[in-house]
Design a protein around this ligand. Structure first.
Ligand code: MOS
Length: 748
């Protein structure tokens, strides 16, 4: 029996190295072309007109005025918009949201597209859209978490139960020596990547070329193909660079499809770029939450019950329910646990996945509540957490595939200087008289793997090509994946051409859920491993090879050469093997994979601990974060420089969540009143504190072939509460409403 099994790969200079971004020079010199940078010949510009009411219908549009404007070519409204092969409210695939594509004149949220003006210039299209001056038949808007009737959703997140738990929470709380009940509010937030959604659509018969930023090519193709009644293979999507995603580019939203429809009716390529204020409506957001956490503990701090109730909001017409309770399923061991949800339907664009959906909001509440209970028990918050450390996942009872959270606590606390923290608040001041406070929070995020495929090709000269329809939102995935590609083939990274960024390459899966490097990386790793296995099978079966008879299990690959595992001197290069066999190349495909039995047996999560220092002006109430130390354990680290950067980014989101971000909705109209980056505050350079990220070692043999857990989103989890807990420690005031602005502190 010829042995064609895996060959031992001796890791070279690729995985684990702090390589700089491959596309860094392109980006800083402006040579990287983003979607809207393209200008195909004959291209026209499209501008959307969007609804200023929340609910009702468009009664009239001044089409004559718009059409008469110089340069305007066409105005697309429900009267002349192409009919679609599938109704945009039809949902027949996971991760699909209902769209607003001018199929009728109804309005179901503020900012909904109601017309598209197509013109020779951007200026003419924009002016044409302004000239439409819509009138409406308007109905009262349902705004805010108390704006409509509450109900229990059928499911939250991606199919999670809206009621879950075990044990008797009521009895557990009743039996507790100490208990707390606290309610935390988080506002609607909008993703706001620097690059707004944009599309350049060009039809050629039934074939469609698209430049549009996407976090998931195959899903985008499937959605668009369904709407236009064409085969996905007819669509060529290019998305080599994204100027940020944060979840809002995970699926195709209405504006991108409208750009494609516009190109169809004018018979020319069309560019549609969303204006910043248009980002606050039709492309998703993080919904508001009001979370009530009830906790009980025995005298020694042992938890007796955890109840985490979430009220959140979706749109009136579609379902996305922020799964904020999920963190309570994994973080602390407790004899009784319950998570529950209610929701309300509002006149808003449908919310969606945003920057650690569920875990960001949920950990803000749970980790604040844990701090409150620790204080009530008279215990140090870190000691309290260690007392209730989960050795197995509480909800499922499964052991963790790996969990180095203890080490995260220890290393983070040591680096931060946590041991010197006075237990009571208002004990520390700086030289300028500002109150200083220290707080901490636990970070956690699931370690997921989605489906993906990659192709690897090894050529006669010993060089290789690896192909995958992968995307880089700025997180550094392409660099990490190129390292994995080279490692999987046991080649130097310079010997591997790494091709990504377009939909004609093998399906790279979804850059989301912090699962992308694990997902695309597993596929790449497996494709390379299969190529090397084929190569070894050729050599070990050939009497002229020094590897003859060794069997694949007896062969190792290193730096473009196969050798006997028992004698490194006996071997030959890839090129020598292929030349003698007369093979111009070997190719293979690989799939992303996780051992199904491992999935059954283990709970898989990344963990971390975040320590925050804040300074608060006692007279003005101004809060600044001055220091953040995060220690995270996320399995194998492919590129420590880029992973540190991801942790920094997540912690900065945490500052932004804790102190800045909030969509202010007009209570009458439901319209966002601050739809711009001047008034929708995000953390800027001056707001970013001293940051430190500790990469805690963790070896996970189960999570996937490479032992990778995600690093993209975990940084925000834990950070929000760490800052809130530090504010309490500085001031003695508990702020339970985010963002924590100075008015709330002064009013408290
Ligand atoms: Mo992320 S919210 O899965 O892009």
């Amino acid at each position: 029996m010829p042995d064609s099994g895996p060959v031992h790969i001796r890791h070279g200079s690729n995985i684990g190295q702090p390589q700089t971004r491959r596309e860094g020079i392109l980006k800083v010199t402006g040579a990287a072309l983003y979607a809207a940078d393209h200008h195909p010949p004959g291209m026209l510009h499209a501008a959307m007109a969007v609804s200023t009411i929340a609910r009702g219908r468009v009664a009239s549009l001044d089409l004559a005025a718009a059409r008469a404007h110089p340069g305007v070519v066409e105005v697309m409204t429900p009267e002349n918009a192409p009919r679609l092969a599938q109704h945009p409210d039809e949902i027949n695939a996971p991760f699909t949201f209902k769209l607003d594509l001018l199929q009728d004149n109804g309005v179901r949220y503020p900012g909904q597209p109601i017309a598209v003006v197509i013109a020779e210039t951007l200026e003419a299209a924009t002016e044409g859209a302004a000239l439409l001056r819509p009138t409406y038949e308007s109905e009262p808007a349902r705004v805010g978490l108390d704006g409509a009737e509450h109900f229990v959703p059928q499911a939250v997140g991606v199919g999670q139960e809206a009621e879950a738990g075990y044990g008797d929470v009521v009895a557990g709380l009743a039996a507790a020596q100490t208990r707390i009940e606290a309610t935390y509010e988080t506002p609607a937030q909008y993703h706001n990547p620097l690059e707004p959604h944009a599309v350049i659509a060009a039809w050629d018969g039934d074939s469609l070329t698209l430049d549009t930023p996407s976090q998931g090519f195959a899903m985008a193709l499937g959605r668009i193909a369904g709407l236009f009644g064409i085969d996905p293979s007819k669509i060529h999507l290019r998305s080599p660079f994204l100027g940020g995603g944060f979840g809002c580019k995970g699926v195709i939203w209405s504006p991108q499809v409208l750009g494609i429809m516009a190109a169809r009716i004018v018979g020319k390529p069309v560019k549609l770029v969303m204006r910043r204020e248009q980002m606050f409506g039709p492309v998703g957001h993080r919904p508001p939450t009001r979370q009530t956490v009830r906790l009980g503990a025995e005298a020694d701090g042992t938890l007796t019950a955890v109840h985490h109730h979430t009220l959140t909001a979706s749109s009136t017409f579609d379902d996305f329910f922020e799964p904020a309770g999920g963190v309570s399923h994994t973080l602390y061991t407790t004899p009784a646990l319950r998570t529950s949800y209610e929701a309300v339907r509002l006149d808003t664009g449908t919310p969606t996945f945003m920057r650690a959906p569920g875990e960001a909001t949920g950990s803000a509440a749970l980790e604040s509540a844990i701090d409150e209970l620790a204080v009530a028990c008279g215990m140090d918050p870190l000691a309290f957490r260690l007392k209730n450390y989960a050795e197995a996942e509480p909800m499922s009872g499964r052991p963790f595939s790996s969990k180095a959270l203890r080490e995260c606590y220890a290393q983070g606390a040591a680096r931060f200087g946590w041991a010197g923290r006075p237990p009571t608040p208002r004990q520390m001041r700086d030289d300028a008289g500002l109150l200083v406070g220290w707080g901490m929070g636990t970070a956690t995020f699931p370690a997921l793997v989605f489906q993906a495929e990659a192709r690897a090709e090894l050529r006669a000269d010993g060089s290789a090509t690896v192909e995958i329809g992968a995307m880089d939102m700025g997180q550094g995935a392409l660099t990490a994946l190129a390292q994995i590609a080279a490692d999987g083939l046991a080649l130097d990274v310079d010997r591997v051409e790494f091709r990504t960024g377009t939909s004609d390459l093998p399906n790279g899966g979804i850059a989301g859920g912090s699962a992308f490097t694990a997902t695309a990386g597993s596929a790449i790793h497996n494709a390379g491993g299969e190529v090397i296995a084929q190569l070894a099978a050729i050599a070990t079966a050939d009497q002229r090879s020094p590897l003859y008879g060794a069997g694949n299990a007896g062969v190792a690959a290193r730096n473009g050469r196969l050798h006997r595992r028992d004698d490194e001197s006996r071997g030959e290069t890839y090129a020598e093997i292929l030349a003698r066999a007369g093979r111009p190349m070997i190719e293979s495909r690989g799939q992303a994979s996780r051992e199904p039995s491992a999935q059954e047996r283990y709970a898989m999560h990344a963990h971390g601990a975040v320590f925050a220092e804040v300074k608060v002006d006692p007279l003005l109430g101004q809060i600044r974060v001055t220091r953040l130390v995060g220690a995270f354990a996320a399995g194998r680290i492919i590129n420590p420089r880029l992973v540190e950067s991801q942790y920094f980014g997540g912690m900065i989101w945490g500052v932004s969540f804790a102190l800045h971000e909030k969509a202010v909705l007009d209570p009458q109209s439901g319209r966002p009143m601050n739809p711009n980056l001047g008034e929708y505050h995000v953390s800027l350079n001056a707001d970013v504190p001293s940051l430190e990220a500790i990469l805690v070692e963790e070896d996970d043999p189960y999570v996937n072939a490479l032992g990778i857990k995600g690093v993209g989103e975990i940084g925000v989890t834990g950070t929000v509460a760490a800052i809130a807990n530090a504010v309490w420690h500085a001031t003695g005031t508990r702020l339970r409403s985010f963002p924590m602005t100075l008015d709330k502190l002064l009013d408290a």
